[in-house]
Design a protein around this ligand. Structure first.
Ligand SMILES: [Ca+2]
Ligand SMILES: [Ca+2]
Length: 257
Protein backbone atom coordinates (compact mmCIF):
# COMPACT_ATOMS: atom_id res chain seq x y z
CA UNK A 1 0.00 0.00 0.00
CA UNK A 2 2.66 2.50 0.94
CA UNK A 3 4.66 1.53 -2.18
CA UNK A 4 1.57 1.90 -4.36
CA UNK A 5 0.89 5.30 -2.83
CA UNK A 6 4.52 6.32 -3.30
CA UNK A 7 4.37 5.15 -6.91
CA UNK A 8 1.35 7.30 -7.56
CA UNK A 9 3.07 10.23 -5.89
CA UNK A 10 6.13 9.74 -8.14
CA UNK A 11 3.88 9.47 -11.14
CA UNK A 12 2.19 12.69 -10.14
CA UNK A 13 5.53 14.40 -9.64
CA UNK A 14 6.89 13.08 -12.96
CA UNK A 15 3.76 14.28 -14.74
CA UNK A 16 4.20 17.69 -13.17
CA UNK A 17 7.86 17.85 -14.28
CA UNK A 18 6.88 16.77 -17.82
CA UNK A 19 4.16 19.45 -17.89
CA UNK A 20 6.72 21.98 -16.70
CA UNK A 21 9.18 20.98 -19.42
CA UNK A 22 6.46 21.19 -22.06
CA UNK A 23 5.53 24.63 -20.80
CA UNK A 24 9.18 25.79 -20.91
CA UNK A 25 9.63 24.30 -24.41
CA UNK A 26 6.44 25.98 -25.71
CA UNK A 27 7.38 29.32 -24.11
CA UNK A 28 10.86 29.15 -25.66
CA UNK A 29 9.38 28.27 -29.09
CA UNK A 30 6.94 31.19 -28.88
CA UNK A 31 9.80 33.49 -27.81
CA UNK A 32 11.93 32.32 -30.77
CA UNK A 33 8.99 32.73 -33.17
CA UNK A 34 8.27 36.31 -32.10
CA UNK A 35 11.99 37.20 -32.00
CA UNK A 36 12.32 35.97 -35.59
CA UNK A 37 9.18 37.86 -36.65
CA UNK A 38 10.44 41.07 -35.01
CA UNK A 39 13.79 40.76 -36.87
CA UNK A 40 12.20 40.39 -40.31
CA UNK A 41 10.13 43.04 -41.98
CA UNK A 42 8.30 43.20 -45.27
CA UNK A 43 9.23 45.99 -47.65
CA UNK A 44 8.53 47.12 -51.17
CA UNK A 45 11.90 47.29 -52.90
CA UNK A 46 12.77 50.12 -55.31
CA UNK A 47 15.70 50.70 -57.61
CA UNK A 48 16.59 54.11 -59.03
CA UNK A 49 17.06 54.29 -62.80
CA UNK A 50 17.67 57.62 -64.58
CA UNK A 51 14.88 59.78 -63.30
CA UNK A 52 12.60 56.97 -62.08
CA UNK A 53 12.02 54.69 -59.16
CA UNK A 54 11.33 51.17 -60.42
CA UNK A 55 9.58 48.82 -58.01
CA UNK A 56 11.45 45.54 -58.27
CA UNK A 57 9.50 43.60 -55.68
CA UNK A 58 6.54 43.89 -53.34
CA UNK A 59 6.35 42.74 -49.74
CA UNK A 60 9.84 41.24 -49.72
CA UNK A 61 10.97 39.87 -46.39
CA UNK A 62 14.17 41.47 -45.17
CA UNK A 63 16.23 40.82 -42.06
CA UNK A 64 16.78 43.84 -39.85
CA UNK A 65 20.53 43.28 -40.25
CA UNK A 66 20.27 43.90 -44.03
CA UNK A 67 19.08 47.46 -43.48
CA UNK A 68 21.74 50.19 -43.54
CA UNK A 69 21.61 52.40 -40.46
CA UNK A 70 22.11 56.18 -40.81
CA UNK A 71 25.38 57.65 -39.54
CA UNK A 72 25.32 59.38 -36.15
CA UNK A 73 29.08 59.50 -35.35
CA UNK A 74 31.85 61.11 -37.43
CA UNK A 75 34.62 63.67 -37.23
CA UNK A 76 32.52 66.75 -37.94
CA UNK A 77 35.22 69.39 -37.35
CA UNK A 78 38.05 67.51 -39.05
CA UNK A 79 40.37 67.41 -36.01
CA UNK A 80 40.66 63.62 -35.90
CA UNK A 81 38.37 63.16 -32.87
CA UNK A 82 34.83 61.90 -33.26
CA UNK A 83 31.64 63.81 -32.60
CA UNK A 84 28.19 62.28 -32.25
CA UNK A 85 24.67 63.61 -32.63
CA UNK A 86 21.95 63.10 -30.12
CA UNK A 87 18.26 63.72 -30.86
CA UNK A 88 16.12 64.09 -27.74
CA UNK A 89 12.57 65.45 -27.66
CA UNK A 90 12.90 67.26 -31.01
CA UNK A 91 16.16 68.90 -29.97
CA UNK A 92 19.50 67.85 -31.46
CA UNK A 93 22.95 68.20 -29.94
CA UNK A 94 26.44 67.68 -31.31
CA UNK A 95 28.41 65.98 -28.56
CA UNK A 96 32.16 65.71 -28.17
CA UNK A 97 33.86 63.98 -25.22
CA UNK A 98 30.50 63.88 -23.46
CA UNK A 99 30.10 67.67 -23.78
CA UNK A 100 27.45 69.36 -25.90
CA UNK A 101 29.22 71.64 -28.42
CA UNK A 102 26.14 72.70 -30.44
CA UNK A 103 22.40 72.61 -29.81
CA UNK A 104 19.53 73.25 -32.19
CA UNK A 105 17.57 76.44 -31.41
CA UNK A 106 14.62 75.79 -29.08
CA UNK A 107 12.13 77.03 -31.68
CA UNK A 108 13.14 74.23 -34.05
CA UNK A 109 11.18 71.00 -33.79
CA UNK A 110 13.73 68.53 -35.15
CA UNK A 111 12.19 65.33 -36.52
CA UNK A 112 15.33 63.65 -37.80
CA UNK A 113 19.10 64.28 -37.75
CA UNK A 114 21.71 62.21 -39.62
CA UNK A 115 25.36 62.76 -40.50
CA UNK A 116 25.68 63.10 -44.28
CA UNK A 117 27.61 64.79 -47.04
CA UNK A 118 24.68 66.12 -49.03
CA UNK A 119 26.50 69.29 -50.15
CA UNK A 120 29.26 67.18 -51.73
CA UNK A 121 32.24 69.02 -50.20
CA UNK A 122 33.67 65.74 -48.86
CA UNK A 123 33.14 66.98 -45.29
CA UNK A 124 30.45 65.45 -43.09
CA UNK A 125 27.68 67.67 -41.78
CA UNK A 126 24.42 67.12 -39.92
CA UNK A 127 21.26 67.09 -42.01
CA UNK A 128 18.23 68.16 -40.03
CA UNK A 129 14.60 67.67 -40.94
CA UNK A 130 12.65 70.12 -38.84
CA UNK A 131 9.55 72.26 -38.39
CA UNK A 132 9.61 75.89 -37.36
CA UNK A 133 7.41 78.99 -37.56
CA UNK A 134 6.78 79.92 -41.18
CA UNK A 135 8.69 82.97 -42.46
CA UNK A 136 8.00 84.52 -45.85
CA UNK A 137 10.95 85.27 -48.14
CA UNK A 138 12.57 88.57 -47.04
CA UNK A 139 12.37 89.71 -50.68
CA UNK A 140 8.54 89.49 -50.45
CA UNK A 141 8.54 92.94 -48.82
CA UNK A 142 9.66 94.53 -52.12
CA UNK A 143 8.04 92.19 -54.67
CA UNK A 144 5.00 93.31 -56.67
CA UNK A 145 3.52 89.80 -56.36
CA UNK A 146 4.75 88.47 -52.99
CA UNK A 147 3.68 85.30 -51.22
CA UNK A 148 4.93 82.62 -53.62
CA UNK A 149 5.64 80.33 -50.67
CA UNK A 150 2.65 81.47 -48.57
CA UNK A 151 0.95 78.06 -48.81
CA UNK A 152 4.07 76.21 -47.64
CA UNK A 153 2.87 75.98 -44.03
CA UNK A 154 0.37 74.05 -41.95
CA UNK A 155 -2.72 75.41 -40.20
CA UNK A 156 -0.57 76.32 -37.16
CA UNK A 157 1.70 78.51 -39.28
CA UNK A 158 4.63 76.08 -39.18
CA UNK A 159 6.70 74.98 -42.14
CA UNK A 160 9.01 72.06 -42.84
CA UNK A 161 12.70 72.60 -43.68
CA UNK A 162 15.91 70.79 -44.49
CA UNK A 163 18.93 72.46 -42.87
CA UNK A 164 22.57 71.38 -43.01
CA UNK A 165 24.69 72.18 -39.94
CA UNK A 166 28.44 71.76 -40.15
CA UNK A 167 31.82 73.06 -38.99
CA UNK A 168 32.86 76.20 -40.85
CA UNK A 169 35.49 78.83 -39.96
CA UNK A 170 35.83 77.54 -36.41
CA UNK A 171 32.14 77.19 -35.53
CA UNK A 172 29.20 74.88 -35.99
CA UNK A 173 26.70 76.79 -38.10
CA UNK A 174 24.09 76.42 -40.80
CA UNK A 175 26.08 75.59 -43.93
CA UNK A 176 22.87 75.50 -45.95
CA UNK A 177 19.27 76.22 -44.98
CA UNK A 178 16.34 75.60 -47.26
CA UNK A 179 13.31 77.89 -47.21
CA UNK A 180 9.93 76.34 -46.41
CA UNK A 181 9.47 73.13 -48.40
CA UNK A 182 6.59 73.08 -50.86
CA UNK A 183 5.68 69.62 -49.54
CA UNK A 184 6.62 68.68 -45.95
CA UNK A 185 8.79 65.61 -45.43
CA UNK A 186 8.12 62.71 -43.09
CA UNK A 187 11.62 61.23 -43.20
CA UNK A 188 14.76 61.01 -45.30
CA UNK A 189 17.73 58.81 -46.05
CA UNK A 190 20.96 59.73 -47.79
CA UNK A 191 22.71 57.36 -50.12
CA UNK A 192 24.63 57.41 -53.41
CA UNK A 193 21.66 56.54 -55.57
CA UNK A 194 23.19 57.52 -58.91
CA UNK A 195 26.53 55.74 -58.41
CA UNK A 196 28.64 58.90 -58.90
CA UNK A 197 30.30 58.71 -55.48
CA UNK A 198 28.12 61.48 -53.98
CA UNK A 199 25.06 61.20 -51.79
CA UNK A 200 21.52 62.01 -52.85
CA UNK A 201 18.60 62.88 -50.58
CA UNK A 202 15.70 60.40 -50.65
CA UNK A 203 12.53 61.46 -48.89
CA UNK A 204 8.97 60.56 -48.02
CA UNK A 205 6.80 63.53 -48.89
CA UNK A 206 3.45 64.53 -47.44
CA UNK A 207 1.20 67.60 -47.75
CA UNK A 208 0.64 70.37 -45.20
CA UNK A 209 -3.06 69.57 -44.72
CA UNK A 210 -2.44 65.89 -43.84
CA UNK A 211 -2.36 64.61 -40.28
CA UNK A 212 0.99 63.39 -38.93
CA UNK A 213 -0.41 59.87 -38.78
CA UNK A 214 -1.50 59.81 -42.43
CA UNK A 215 0.76 57.92 -44.82
CA UNK A 216 3.24 59.93 -46.89
CA UNK A 217 2.10 60.54 -50.44
CA UNK A 218 5.32 60.29 -52.46
CA UNK A 219 8.80 58.81 -52.54
CA UNK A 220 11.24 61.36 -53.96
CA UNK A 221 14.96 61.68 -54.72
CA UNK A 222 16.89 64.94 -54.79
CA UNK A 223 20.39 65.81 -56.00
CA UNK A 224 22.62 68.66 -54.78
CA UNK A 225 23.16 71.28 -57.52
CA UNK A 226 25.69 73.49 -55.73
CA UNK A 227 23.04 75.85 -54.32
CA UNK A 228 20.15 73.58 -53.39
CA UNK A 229 18.44 70.39 -54.51
CA UNK A 230 17.03 69.36 -57.88
CA UNK A 231 14.31 66.74 -58.11
CA UNK A 232 15.57 63.48 -59.63
CA UNK A 233 12.51 61.26 -59.24
CA UNK A 234 9.10 61.15 -57.63
CA UNK A 235 6.67 58.27 -57.36
CA UNK A 236 3.25 58.66 -55.75
CA UNK A 237 1.74 56.14 -53.35
CA UNK A 238 1.10 55.47 -49.67
CA UNK A 239 4.26 55.20 -47.60
CA UNK A 240 4.85 54.74 -43.85
CA UNK A 241 8.50 53.85 -43.64
CA UNK A 242 11.72 54.47 -45.60
CA UNK A 243 14.94 52.49 -45.37
CA UNK A 244 17.88 51.49 -47.55
CA UNK A 245 19.78 48.26 -48.04
CA UNK A 246 22.73 47.17 -50.14
CA UNK A 247 21.78 45.30 -53.31
CA UNK A 248 23.77 42.23 -54.48
CA UNK A 249 25.42 44.38 -57.21
CA UNK A 250 26.56 46.91 -54.56
CA UNK A 251 24.02 49.50 -55.67
CA UNK A 252 21.31 50.47 -53.18
CA UNK A 253 17.75 49.32 -52.78
CA UNK A 254 15.26 51.79 -51.41
CA UNK A 255 12.78 50.06 -49.09
CA UNK A 256 9.33 51.35 -48.29
CA UNK A 257 6.28 50.09 -46.44
CA1 LIG B 1 36.16 66.07 -34.52
CA1 LIG C 1 29.43 68.07 -46.64
Amino acid sequence: MPLYSRGNKDKGLWGFIKLGRTFIFLSFSIFLYFTTISCTLKYNVWRYETGNFIKISSQSTLQKSQIIQPLSIDDLDGDGALESILLTKNNVEIVRDGQSVWQSPVEWQVIQADITDLNHDRKPEVTLLLWRAFKPWPIDSILVHPGRIQTFQNKDGRSCHIILVGWKKGYYREVWAGSALAEPLRSFITVDLTGDGFQELITLESIYTDKETSPARALTAWEWNGFGFNLLARVKGNFHDLKVSLAPDNSYWILTR
